[in-house]
Design a protein around this ligand. Structure first.
Ligand SMILES: [Fe+2]
Length: 460
């Protein structure tokens, strides 16, 4: 009873804080009524995808794209004519023939009026220096100031590693997944962030299905369908398998990003571990192996692997990769065989914590010796959820609120990861940090890497 009262007070406090918060970007009511949201993604050196939702009944829309915010010399997409929104009002614009390393403003035009506006930055051809924010886990529709903090850091893109919402949908009903997206994209601060920088988004359990969900989730077809409808994503592999896993890969400068879907083909956690148990599913795992084999030309490979890779501190638990030890070893061996151990980095969410390991604890290869150094692993979470530590140990430790606030579950925590990469064409330096809601460095949560033709080393 006491716990419930404290929870209620906590909730009322949050409502009061949220309702007093001013939106970072004011949008005219008429604009928002006609075009309720817009966001971009799938950016390359010369292309991008923009998705927007227009008021039901509007039959045509187009996108104006310009290097200047005035839109005086804008180019239109589609180049000839208009795009027809789908029956739910979602319009998809495929931008092409863009110039590399260029900032573009875009605006959705309906009924002859420019409505919501956003921007994106195309990737450079050749070496590129850039900054990205990465994080996971936000209460559905959160309007916390952390999203404005991330926006103010002007990342090249925002990497969302799942738990985009906490609707825990357990029915195969697309409308429920659409509602969840609508709730998030109607958050003033989140939608402002998503208009200011492209999204790169891969789901985790709570936004794909219920807590700890796997391939047996009843809502899998609907989740897969609505992801494709709402999210501007990179081309999904294995297109013949229409509603298969949503893994993606893309290149920024000399860095390869590889994102895996750890949910929609995941075998149940309780299945016995061994060659027949998989978190990725055989098809996606083969795709990952192909990716790992073709990344020799990149200076650094960033594997966005959402759940905790390191679980040595919790043997036999159901945390992260621990119940999938056989497959983890297969992947670790493949990374080693491809010579990627010193050119790789894992970014993760899931655990509601910031945690950094410099590679001291991440080796899971068959012939790994005790204390063998592997690749860094960095967790960046939660955006706006209750703290929870998972996996480990982590060489640099963990940043997550502990004690009474955690015990009663009334105080949420807001944290994210930030990656600043500088490439002078010879040497790449990478700075990975954990930040608080104000964008300040979390104590001790900083790792530096230096990559050259010999590979990457952690720099103290
Ligand atoms: Fe989460």
């Amino acid at each position: 009873m006491a716990k419930r009262t404290i929870r209620s007070l906590g909730f009322l406090f949050q409502v009061a804080v949220l309702s007093s918060a001013l939106p970072i970007t004011l949008t005219k009511g008429a604009d928002r009524a006609t075009v309720s949201w817009v966001w971009s993604g799938a950016v390359t050196t010369d292309s991008a995808v923009v998705k927007a939702r227009v008021q039901p009944g509007i039959k045509t829309a187009r996108l104006l794209v310009d290097t200047a915010a005035s839109f005086k010399n804008s180019v239109r997409f589609p180049p000839s004519g208009y795009s027809e929104p789908d029956p739910d009002g979602v319009a998809t614009f495929r931008l092409s023939n863009l110039n590399p390393d260029t900032v573009y403003h875009y605006s959705v035009e309906v009924e002859g009026e420019r409505r919501l506006t956003g921007k994106l930055h195309t990737f450079a051809e050749g070496p590129m220096s850039f900054r990205i924010a990465f994080a996971s886990c936000a209460t559905t529709g959160s309007n916390h100031e952390i999203f404005s903090t991330i926006q103010d850091l002007n990342p090249l893109f925002f990497l969302h590693m799942g738990d985009f919402h906490y609707e825990n949908i357990s029915k195969n009903d697309p409308a429920l997944f659409q509602d969840a997206f609508e709730k998030v994209l109607h958050s003033q601060r989140q939608s402002s962030l998503y208009r200011s920088a492209p999204i790169v988004y891969i789901w985790d359990d709570h936004d794909y299905g219920p807590n700890d969900s796997d391939r047996t989730a009843a809502g899998k077809p609907a989740a897969s369908k609505v992801y494709r409808q709402y999210v501007p994503h990179y081309p999904l592999s294995r297109a013949r398998n229409k509603l298969g896993t949503i893994q993606q890969a893309f290149t920024v400068g000399r860095v390869r990003f590889v994102l895996t879907d750890g949910r929609s083909e995941r075998d149940p956690t309780d299945d016995p571990d061994g060659p027949n148990k998989s978190m990725l599913g055989e098809e996606q795992r083969n795709w990952l192996f192909e990716e790992l084999a073709s990344t020799r030309d990149y200076s650094l490979v960033v594997w966005v692997n959402v759940v905790p890779w390191i679980t040595k501190s919790q043997p036999g638990s159901d945390i992260g990769w621990e119940p999938f030890g056989y497959e983890r070893r297969l992947i670790a061996d493949r990374i080693k065989r491809n010579g990627l151990v010193n050119r790789m980095l894992i970014l993760s969410g899931d655990g509601h914590m910031v945690a950094i390991d410099d590679g001291s604890n991440s080796d899971y290869s068959s012939d790994g010796k005790a204390g063998e150094q592997a690749f860094p692993v960095v967790h960046g979470a939660p955006l706006d959820r209750f703290p929870r530590v998972k996996g480990g140990p982590y060489s640099h430790g963990v940043a997550a609120r502990r004690g009474v606030s955690r015990l009663f579950g009334i105080v949420k925590e807001q944290q994210f990861g930030f990656m600043e990469l500088t490439d002078n064409g010879q040497v790449i330096t990478v700075e990975l940090s954990g930040r608080n809601a104000e964008g300040e460095l979390l104590k001790g949560m900083l790792l530096r890497m230096r990559c050259d033709s010999e590979g990457c080393t952690v720099v103290n």
